[in-house]
Design a protein around this ligand. Sequence first.
Ligand SMILES: CC(C)(COP(=O)(O)OP(=O)(O)OC[C@H]1O[C@@H](n2cnc3c(N)ncnc32)[C@H](O)[C@@H]1OP(=O)(O)O)[C@@H](O)C(=O)NCCC(=O)NCCS
Length: 172
Amino acid sequence: MDINKITLKVPNAGLGSLVHKLISECPPLDTNSMYCNLLQTHHFAATSVAAIHQSQLIGFISGYIIPQRPDTLFIWQVAVSPKARGIGLASRMLSDILQRPECIHINNLETSITASNTGSWKLFERLARDLNAPLDKSILFDRFHHLNDEHDTEHLVHIGPFEKEHIAALNS
Ligand SMILES: CC(C)(COP(=O)(O)OP(=O)(O)OC[C@H]1O[C@@H](n2cnc3c(N)ncnc32)[C@H](O)[C@@H]1OP(=O)(O)O)[C@@H](O)C(=O)NCCC(=O)NCCS
């Protein structure tokens, strides 16, 4: 797939059910309720992104600005359709969000990743390198303490602080 033929857009609620389907096709992501995906595409649209190719939704990132820390963008889920992987789409979607006017005050980014999700680690390590920023790891939600032994531990990844010039230089 040619990345130049993919359009990135701010999502809207009309995409909510398609997001729900895409997430279900992207293990190990947890599916949420369709209502949750509708809220992501509606209330969190300014910090989320949809990737469209030939009228199909092939990528989606949900994110929000942490309410208590307005300088920190939290990336909730990253989903790229199996047919669109390996061409830099997830990186491009992250850049698209970071370069929006709504993220003008953002100089830190967080996400959580399970230990075995190599693709996700590589994606965010690449982002930290591109932003010339430190990447720190800790535990966000522990398998036993928080997740009732039903889900792997979610490791908190913190990238930042980073400078505006490095955000501007990202390839969106
Ligand atoms: C993880 C995922 C989002 C990556 O999407 P993508 O568009 O293929 O990623 P990119 O092409 O932008 O790659 C970004 C970097 O990560 C690396 N990478 C991506 N997937 C990888 C994998 N499975 N194994 C090793 N490296 C991987 C790329 O090589 C690239 O690094 P580089 O530029 O240093 O070579 C995609 O595989 C996916 O949707 N997986 C299922 C859902 C998931 O696990 N989401 C992440 C958790 S929130």
